[in-house]
Design a protein around this ligand. Structure first.
Ligand code: ARG
Length: 269
């Protein structure tokens, strides 16, 4: 018998991949020489937005800016908890200009925005669990930024070290299922961080490297539905065994930039 899983309506911020391309390589997935079908990327992205709205979620949009091909990855722009916006300072100079556009959106919507002094990549590395922030470091976001996030948000921040360059952001190796549980790929973390996760979430749903390479951990869960890459079929099956309802959404063109469903989705809380 599995528990009854109850969805909670969410508010998401997204950015259409109108100017999406792979023009530089800042993670091992990106190969600027290889073709990307921009039309297909847009179509796939629209199917994600449709899936969110069909499941009762609200979707807001930031206007995409020419020359910022990774702007579609809205998750990286901030972590928003309790109406406080902890903004980003991107590691790659190519992505730094994105922040000002997202910050403007938040300010126009009436939010205060904190600009970190150290490298911080929003929900890419800072994951709100409902009780505290799980914070990745090792490739992008720095431990100094973890401290800034704790100070600004007034919520406990738990640092975790990522060790596999294919899983350079925390949201490529872990996602939150609900207030009680998470799903993650243990080998993406240092031994100590793995132990921390084991202690915090003894009943977590564990993923394999195959699941992770299929962007299965870059999922969004509303407490019941898991918007997940169809390439991660094995993980989707395991989540179904736990009472969650997988909703497959294929973003294969965006995978070429190292991003998937969660990367394209900023949650406003
Ligand atoms: N090309 C982008 C980068 O490397 C992909 C970002 C993916 N976003 C994420 N939340 N993991 O920065």
């Amino acid at each position: 018998m599995t528990e009854r899983r109850v969805p909670r309506p969410r508010r998401f911020l997204v950015c259409e991949p109108r100017h999406f391309a792979v023009q530089y390589a800042i993670n091992p997935w990106m190969h600027p020489g290889r073709p990307v079908d921009a039309g297909l990327a847009r179509e796939q992205w629209r199917s994600l937005v449709r899936a969110f709205t069909e499941h009762g979620h609200t979707v807001d949009r930031v206007e995409p800016v020419p020359g910022l091909p990774d702007m579609v990855f809205a998750a990286n722009a901030a972590l928003v908890v309790g109406g406080r916006v902890f903004g980003s300072l991107f590691h790659a100079p190519e992505r730094r200009p994105e922040s000002e556009h997202y910050d403007t959106w938040f300010k126009t919507a009436g939010y205060d925005v904190y600009r970190p002094e150290s490298v911080a990549e929003g929900e890419g590395d800072l994951v709100w669990t409902g009780r505290y922030v799980l914070a990745g470091t090792g490739f992008r976001t720095t431990p100094e930024a973890h401290r800034e996030a704790q100070e600004y948000l007034g919520r406990p921040v738990i640092g975790l070290r990522l060790v596999d360059p294919y899983f350079y952001h925390l949201d490529t190796a872990l996602f939150v299922l609900d207030d009680e549980n998470i799903c993650y790929y243990p080998e993406a973390f240092s031994p100590g961080s793995r132990e921390v996760l084991r202690r915090l979430y003894p009943r977590a749903v564990l993923a394999t490297r195959e699941d992770a390479l299929a962007f299965g951990l870059n999922s969004v869960c509303d407490g019941r539905h898991v918007f997940i890459a169809p390439q991660a079929a094995a993980l989707a099956g395991r989540l179904a065994d736990h009472g969650y309802v997988p909703v497959p959404v294929d973003l294969s063109e965006l995978h070429k930039a190292g991003g998937g469903i969660k990367c394209c989705t900023q949650e406003i809380r």
